[in-house]
Design a protein around this ligand. Structure first.
Ligand code: NI
Length: 174
C-alpha cells in the first residue's frame, strides 16, 4: 500500500466530472487500498479519487470514532437515489482545502446506490455524519467542492490564499 499525494485546490482535476469505473480488477483493488491508507494517514474521514489525481468515480470513507475499530466504506460509481431530512449546517473541512472550514447545509439522510470493489451492486441509507461525508465525497466526483457553498467573495479569497501558498512552496520543491 502506498500513501499518495493529495491535490490541493486550485487544481483542474478537482473540478472535472469523474468517469465511471468499468473494470473491476486488481488495479482497482490496489487503488482503493492506497486511498484508504492515504485517508487514514492524512488523517481524514473521506477521500475521493480525484483528490489523488484520478478522475474516476471512487470514494472511501470511515466516520467511526478513532477509538473504535476501523469501519471503512468503499463506494464505486455512487449515485444518490434519495435525500431526506432537514437541511443541517455543519462546519466541514476538506483534505484539498487544508486549514479551512466552511459551513455547509446538507440533508443528513441519503440513500446511495453504488458498487463495491468486486462490482457488486449495493444500496445503503446513511445518516448523520456518514450521510454528510458521503455527499461531500460524491460532490468531489462531480467537480464540486465545499467552497462552492460559500459566497463568491470568500471562495475567491480562499483560492487566492491557496495559490499564494503554492507559489511560495515551489522554490523548495523544485
Ligand atoms: Ni473534500
Amino acid at each position: 500500500m502506498t500513501i499518495r499525494p493529495i491535490l490541493i485546490a486550485p487544481h483542474p482535476t478537482l473540478r472535472k466530472k469523474a468517469t465511471k469505473v468499468a473494470t473491476f480488477d486488481t488495479e482497482l483493488q490496489v487503488l482503493v487500498e492506497d486511498m484508504l491508507e492515504t485517508m487514514y494517514d492524512a488523517p481524514g474521514i473521506g477521500l475521493a479519487a480525484p483528490q489523488i489525481g484520478i478522475s474516476q468515480q471512487i470514494l472511501v470513507m470511515d466516520c467511526s470514532d478513532q477509538a473504535e475499530a476501523q469501519n471503512p466504506v468503499i463506494m464505486i460509481n455512487p449515485h444518490v437515489r434519495e435525500k431526506s431530512g432537514e437541511l443541517e449546517p455543519y462546519d466541514e473541512g476538506c483534505l484539498s482545502l487544508p486549514e479551512y472550514e466552511i459551513t455547509v447545509e446538507r440533508q443528513c439522510r441519503a440513500t446511495i446506490d453504488y458498487q463495491d470493489v468486486q462490482g457488486h451492486a449495493h444500496s445503503t441509507t446513511f445518516e448523520g455524519l456518514e450521510a454528510r461525508c458521503a455527499l461531500h465525497e460524491i460532490d468531489h466526483l462531480n467537480g464540486v467542492m465545499i467552497i462552492d457553498y460559500t459566497s463568491q467573495l470568500s471562495r475567491s479569497r480562499i483560492l487566492r490564499e491557496l495559490r499564494k501558498k503554492k507559489t511560495q512552496e515551489k522554490p523548495n520543491n523544485a
